[in-house]
Design a protein around this ligand. Structure first.
Ligand code: GUN
Length: 266
């Protein structure tokens, strides 16, 4: 059988368009059946839900991903709830979020945190008993990342702290981290002096910063100040090219599993 992935993009956010193209390309290169549904920014919530329903009912599609963020007039929550949990390869549906928190492995974990965990495992980073500090509490990264790292299973078993915009003494927390995962959505937010010597630093951020010298007029930077943090960290991920490709790899993995599950093979 051929796993099928549908990627839905509403509107013309330039960064989202880049991500969607990368996801479609990767799934095609892996030999999957791939469709991209591009809808105008003025699409109504009802129209988008109709597309989701159609994909839910399509037996050639095993995974559905609606690229975030959606235009302001559409409720992301309503759309996410409409995707059948068995096709929710993004792991955003409350059923999958609940399974992740409960340690039930038959759901889908969100791709970015799952990719971060895979990266740690493949790089031989010891997570058991480690102090893992996460900066950011979003539903896409921070919260599921915490759920993954605190689980009682290999590649996890960490002691997890979640910091956010209301945290007092942020540096006091980050400096304790053996594993520091930053998903704050602010360019170069975490700097070298905030990192514990020898720590493993995972930068989930990707920000466009204006730069007149750059060909496109902007450069991509992470949420970590790479130049100062690399002097202190033992291992650190670059932006771009660090976590991003892992997110896509986990999307393909989830889609293959969704296809297997649909055929009673997993
Ligand atoms: N926007 C930022 N990250 C993601 C992701 O992993 N999936 C989707 N659908 N939208 C995103």
């Amino acid at each position: 059988m051929r796993p099928g992935l549908a990627v839905v993009l509403v509107g013309d956010d330039p960064a989202s368009a880049v991500y969607v193209r990368a996801k479609a390309k990767a799934s095609e290169e892996a030999g999957m059946y791939s469709i991209t549904v591009r809808l105008p920014a003025a699409t109504t919530e009802a129209e988008l839900l109709q597309h989701v329903d159609q994909l839910n009912a399509d037996p050639s599609i095993h995974g559905i991903l609606v690229q975030m963020p959606l235009p302001k007039h559409i409720s992301a929550e309503v759309v996410i709830r409409r995707v059948r949990p068995e096709k929710d390869v993004d792991g955003f549906h409350p059923v999958n979020a609940g399974k992740l928190l409960n340690g039930d492995t038959d759901g889908f974990a969100p791709c970015t945190p799952a990719g971060v965990q895979e990266l740690l495992v493949r790089c031989g980073v010891k997570t058991k008993g480690a102090e893992c500090v996460i900066v950011g509490r979003s539903s896409i990264v921070g919260k599921p990342m915490a759920a993954l790292m605190m689980q009682d299973r290999p590649g996890a078993n960490a002691t997890v702290t979640v910091c956010h915009s209301r945290t007092t003494d942020l540096a006091g927390h980050t400096k304790r981290a053996d594993i520091l995962i930053v998903a704050a959505g602010r360019p170069k937010f975490v700097t070298g002096p905030m990192v514990k010597p020898g720590a493993v630093v995972i930068d989930v951020g990707i920000n466009r910063v204006d730069d007149a010298r750059a060909k496109r007029g902007y450069i991509l930077v992470g949420d970590v100040d790479f130049a100062s943090a690399r002097e202190v960290a033992r291992l650190i991920t670059p932006v771009p090219g660090g976590v991003g490709p892992m997110t896509i790899a986990m999307l393909l993995k989830n889609t293959v599993r969704a296809a297997q599950l649909s055929a009673g093979l997993a």
